[in-house]
Design a protein around this ligand. Structure first.
Ligand SMILES: O=C(O)CCC(=O)C(=O)O
Ligand SMILES: [Fe+2]
Length: 337
């Protein structure tokens, strides 16, 4: 499991690199050092200049080969994400939209920030809905058609059989890609949700990613996503802070189709897992990763009674296999600065 999830990190790093091609400089160095898994080679342009710092770094590293490779990959991600990618990270407020103000209340935001247990996860069925049913169905059908062109089958052993791709959050870019009005409206509304959390105060600055993930699980394929965090302790170069999921499955019948998002409690003593059906228009929000520094914990111990704690929650979750029906979701990972 530990090993499988190392590969999960790799895949997420890949998607960052996808957005930072222009900053790429380190392939040759990593290749010569033997630090590249074959999957990396598939997406990298050859013949780029070598970044010497990686070689120097390799000389200074201790530990097992696996640990050194991991650190090198982390360095690669950091080096390529520093440039182009970072420039594309506006604050949540830049996409604020009053038409979604009702979706997340100040109370919801405080619950989310409290972290700790499954009750910090927001499962929201907004009323009025983000889109009328017919428009959601239209967006869903369009995204379903796009799966073949815009997504790739996962190489992550933790979620074999699923397909993933990215859609821009920037409205102009999304429009230039020829997406229809319902899909554009949905992306705009999803993109506006982080501002609702941010305006209630989060404890550290949040920024938006350049794109949201389109995730597709073909019905009956057995595709699933085993238990994971969206950001792991020690992960470098990936700053996921809050996960916003939006489901597109308009006629979902949980009894027949399964495919629930299973939320795991922090430990056995905190109770049983909770399954959330991926119903069309439903929004689920939780803390992506674990922030576990001693300083943060000490700060919280001192400040909780004053209501000024830092977000240090985490939410282990998985996607259960779906039978007979395809499952579509959009995921926005709001990041910390
Ligand atoms: O689609 C879902 O319900 C969750 C997907 C997920 O956990 C992920 O992509 O990290
Ligand atoms: Fe996840």
């Amino acid at each position: 499991m530990q090993r499988a999830c190392m590969s999960a990190l790799e895949q997420r790093d890949l998607s960052l690199i996808h957005y930072a091609r222009r900053g790429a400089a380190s392939l040759g160095a990593l290749q010569r050092l033997g630090a590249l898994a074959p999957a990396w080679l598939l997406t990298r342009p050859p013949g780029r200049p070598v970044r010497l710092q990686l070689e120097e770094l390799a000389d200074t590293l201790d530990g097992s080969r696996e640990a050194r490779e991991y650190e090198l990959r982390a360095r690669l991600v950091r080096s390529v994400t520093e440039g182009a990618y970072n420039k594309l990270r506006p604050p949540p407020e830049s996409l604020a939209d009053p038409s979604v103000d009702h979706v997340i209340s100040a109370r919801d935001a405080a619950r989310l920030r409290g972290g700790g247990g499954i009750d910090a996860v927001l499962v929201l069925d907004p009323e009025p809905a983000l889109l009328p049913r017919h428009a959601l169905a239209e967006a869903s059908a369009e995204l379903r058609r796009l799966v073949a062109q815009r997504t790739q089958e996962s190489i992550n052993p933790c979620n074999r059989g699923s397909w993933h791709g990215f859609l821009p959050l920037d409205a102009d870019k999304a429009a230039r890609q020829g997406l229809g009005p319902s899909t554009l409206a949905l992306l705009r509304k999803l993109g506006a949700l982080p501002a609702l959390v941010s305006r209630c105060g989060w404890g550290r600055p949040l920024v938006l990613p350049p794109a949201v993930q389109l995730g597709f699980y073909p019905g009956g394929s057995g595709a699933r996503y085993s238990p994971h965090l969206d950001r792991n302790p020690g992960e470098v170069g990936l700053k996921r802070e809050i996960t916003f999921l939006l489901y597109l499955n308009v006629d979902w019948d949980t009894d027949r189709h399964g495919g629930c998002l299973r939320l795991h409690p922090p430990d056995r003593a905190s109770g049983a897992p909770v399954d959330v059906a991926p119903l069309g228009g439903r929004v689920v929000v939780f803390q992506s990763g674990k922030r576990h520094t001693r300083a943060a914990l000490r700060w919280n111990a001192a400040m909780t009674s004053l209501g000024a704690s830092l977000p240090i929650g985490k939410q282990l979750h998985e996607v259960l296999p779906c039978d007979g029906a395809d499952r579509l979701a959009l995921t926005l990972w709001c990041e910390y600065e």
